[in-house]
Each structure stands twice: as C-alpha cells, then as structure tokens.
Design a protein around this ligand. Structure first.
Ligand SMILES: [Fe+2]
Length: 415
C-alpha cells in the first residue's frame, strides 16, 4: 500500500513531475522503425511522457522527433509536407529540419531573420534493433546509449513490436515483476487440472530481491519435479521501465528471450514494447509470430481489449483455459488495465508474493526523491555499466545452494 502522495509521485510522468524527470534521464524506445518505412514519408504522431511529438524520416533517411505544434502558430506538423530534408508546415510553409532548426519562413519579407529566432523543440534519437529511441532530458545530461545484448545479434535473431496498454506504466511494470501470477493467470488448463508447466507446480514461489547498478533483479524460487528439485527464475528490472523475463524453451528447442519496455505514453496509457530474441538461432515465421491471441489493429491496439472484456470465454474457463482469455500478453494487459487507468494503491493489500513489487516501488520513489532533492543521477545513468551483460535466467538450483551462487551478478553490475 502507498499513501496518496506516494502513488502520485510513482505514477505521474508529465514534464516537471518528479518521476517524469527520472524518465527524462534515460534513453527510451519512442516508436518502431517500421512506422517510418520511407524517406520523405508521412510523419507519425508520437505521444511520449505526456508530450505530443511528431516523428519523421527525412530525405537522407535521418529520423527527427519534434514537438507536434509548429512553433509559429501551433498547427500540427503531422500535416506537414515532408520533402527536401525537412517538414514544411501547411499553414504558412515554415520548414524545420530533424534538429528543429527553422530553415525557411516563406511568408516573412525578403531578408527577414525571423527563422533564426524560432526553432521547433527537437529531441535526439537513435535507431537500434528495429526501434527508434529518444532522450527527452536536459541536453547536457544526456547519458551514453545503452548497448543492450540483443543489439549485437543479427536481425534474423530478433523481433521488436509494440502494443498499446490502457493504463499507467507502473501497474504494467508491476505485472511483469510478479512471478507468482504466472502459475495462475497463465495456466494452460483449468484450475483443477494437473500442472503442465514448472511454474504451475509451485504457486507460491519464494522471492528474493537484490538492488543493482541498473535497478534490481529478483529470483523466484520454486519446488519442481514433485519437490525433487529447485528452480529459480531470475528477472532483471532495468530502470526506468525494462523487464528482462526469464527465458522459455519453445517447442523446437529454441531458447527464446523476452524483454519488455513499459514506456509511458502519458499518465494513463503505455506503450508495451517487446523484444523477442534468441542468442543461438534465427526465428522462422512461427517463432517470430507473437504467441497466439495477439491481434492488433493498424494503431497497435489489441482487438481483444478492455472495451470487449478481452472476449473472455467463460466456457473455456471450465474446460481448457483458466483465465478464459487467449494469449499471454492479452492476459497480462487484462489484469493491469482492469486495475484502473491509474491503480489506487491506497486501497490494496499486499502479500508475501508482492515482495518484488514493494522493492521496485521503493527503488523508484527513492530514485525520484534523490534526483529532485540532491540531483543524484538515477541508477544506470552516467555510470560505466556493461548493459550488454544484463540478462535474465532460468536455472536449476542444487540442494544447499542459493540461486545467487549459481548465477552471480557480474561485479560491474553489483551495487
Ligand atoms: Fe504474466
């Protein structure tokens, strides 16, 4: 449970808010590369951290991310002409390049220097692994770009996509760092059926958290094989909004890794970016395809959604599928979205299975407080972190051993 003030601090991410300032110290995914397929193509509206922006790819293929409102009279640059290395507003023809520099003001008199006095707010971007990343913070505090592990893999070994989530980012993150829900919500059969996956065997995993340079990680320890063995699923939680989910082995024995980024669109909606990757093998179409049940419209919104109760199938709940909802991602979104657009954490009752959630809230609240009060940079910012070493794991833990001994943290990542 949080106080009303703590809940506000945790969840509000607009410009000038304490948590908004934390998010503005990191590089975050803003959109997918596929949304800007062509040079001089249509600009795309991007709502990010409560700001209305416009992304476009110029004649040379460079991506720009500008405030949507033209600095002249506020008309949307979503309508602008994209040509000759810039966006030209359709109202008066003012033109801006990817850096926000005003390069033409055709309705001003000959010899006018007005163009030098105005500029569009522009944010730096980087393109990596099918995503366009942005930094929305102070120019002089821009951190190094985080070179995550999958950036180095061939394109055939990875797949990035995004899904609109109709709630605040914090409850989306909290769903992902809550290992105990896996054996319930994601049950592959009815409630009474025998377990079909390791995490259905032990519904009350023991959770252990440790703070790290990049945020935190936690192990969920379960008894498996009828109590004969112990398994740990270790999740890395990378600030400000990444979760590295422990790997699954898919049917044809390809180890599939999943990273989530829950990027705040505004206070009440989130872009759930997902990256699927494999270190060893390329994905064929079957692996690349997101697991069954995820159907999206052209705006990356789920066809099974809050408005249609996720097309929950009540007869399936009694015969084959405990949640009655098809697809892991849709199941996850259903439980987060129905907590409300911003979950009221003054009314909840947390149990032992919520230890990682509690630790994450402490970390986020402490981080925003320290940044606001002392200017201390958030975890992972302006430190020499080997981002490529951050990973999750699913491991066997032998008797009389801890998961930390089996999977020790790289020294450079230890806090
Ligand atoms: Fe889940």
């Amino acid at each position: 449970m949080l106080t009303r003030e703590e809940n506000e601090r945790l969840t509000r991410i607009g410009p000038g808010t304490p948590m908004g300032e934390v998010f503005r110290r990191y590089w975050i995914p803003a959109l997918l590369s596929e949304e800007l397929p062509d040079a001089d193509g249509a600009p795309v509206r991007v709502r990010l951290l409560g700001e209305d922006l416009i992304a476009f790819r110029d004649s040379e293929g460079k991506v720009g991310l500008l405030a949507e409102a033209c600095p002249h009279r506020g008309t949307s640059l979503a309508l602008a002409l994209n040509a000759d290395c810039g966006l030209r507003c359709i109202f008066h023809g003012y033109k801006f390049d990817v850096n926000g520099t005003c390069v033409d003001t055709p309705t001003e008199p000959e010899g006018s220097r007005f163009a030098q006095k105005i500029r569009a707010d522009a944010y730096p971007v980087r393109e990596a692994a099918g995503m366009i990343w942005a930094y929305l913070g102070p120019t002089d505090l821009r951190p190094n770009f985080p070179e995550f592990e999958w950036f180095g893999l061939p394109a055939s070994h990875q797949h990035a996509y995004k899904v609109f989530e109709e709630c605040n980012y914090a409850q989306a993150v909290e769903g992902a760092i809550d290992s105990a829900h896996a054996g319930v919500l994601h049950r592959r059969s009815t409630w009474d059926a025998p377990p079909s996956q390791a995490f259905e065997e032990d519904l009350s995993p023991k959770l252990e958290v440790e703070y790290t340079q990049y945020g935190m990680r936690y192990g969920a320890l379960r008894n498996v094989d009828a109590g004969q063995a112990s398994q740990a699923r270790i999740t890395a939680v990378v600030l400000p909004c990444f979760t590295f989910i422990p790997p699954f082995i898919t049917g044809p024995k390809i180890e599939r890794r999943l990273v989530n980024a829950y990027v705040p669109r505004d206070d009440t909606s989130t872009w759930n970016f997902q990256v699927l990757f494999s270190r060893e093998a390329s994905f064929d179409d079957a692996h690349r395809r997101v697991e069954g049940g995820l159907q999206l419209d052209a705006d990356y919104k789920k066809l099974r959604n809050l408005a249609n109760n996720y097309e929950q199938d009540r007869s399936a709940m009694k015969s084959s599928n405990f949640s009655g909802i098809t697809g892991i991602l849709v199941q996850d979104h259903a439980v987060s979205e129905t907590q409300g657009s911003i979950c009221d954490r003054t009314r909840e009752h947390l149990g032992t299975s919520d230890i990682a959630v509690i630790a994450w809230r402490r970390l986020m609240l402490r981080t925003s407080k320290q940044l606001a009060e002392t200017g201390e940079q958030p975890p992972g910012v302006h430190t020499e972190i080997p981002f490529g070493d951050i990973c999750s794991a699913t491991i066997e833990v032998p008797p009389d051993t801890t998961w930390r001994e089996v999977e020790p943290l790289a020294p450079a990542l230890a806090r």
